[in-house]
Ligand binder design. Sequence first.
Ligand code: TYD
Length: 135
Amino acid sequence: MSNDIRIIQLPRIFDERGNLSVLQEDKEIPFLVKRVYWIYDVPGGEMRGSHAFKNSSEIIIALSGSYDVVLHDGIKEHRYQLNRSYYGLYVPKMTWRTLENFSTNSLALVITDLAFDEHDYIREFDFFKKLKQSA
Ligand code: TYD
């Protein structure tokens, strides 16, 4: 279960002064947080990602605006439109992922369990599919 692609609903604390959501490592999300980065100022029509990680899993949140996350598990494609700041998309390691259809001023937050390492990237889809088939 914990290794499946899924949407994680984060707590929402409603308040007349404005709402608040939260995530805590090993509680709302299934790993210890090593790194957080964000993608912003994406020009219309641009895509990000189009790669997989060998060892790194991640949570992707649309803190603002909307965009699509297109995932491929080696067999099937799954498309998620993210447009709420209280949903986190859990993307396990060894999942091909692309972010596209960014709305103006969208802000994509990515929370991961490993530090940046270029060697953790798989950037060729055919190679990714072969690795998945041989797993
Ligand atoms: P990349 O992960 O390829 O971006 P995306 O998948 O969103 O298209 O990263 C783009 C560049 O930024 C690449 O040269 C590596 C660098 N980078 C870091 O230095 N540290 C990081 O934590 C990340 C995610 C990227």
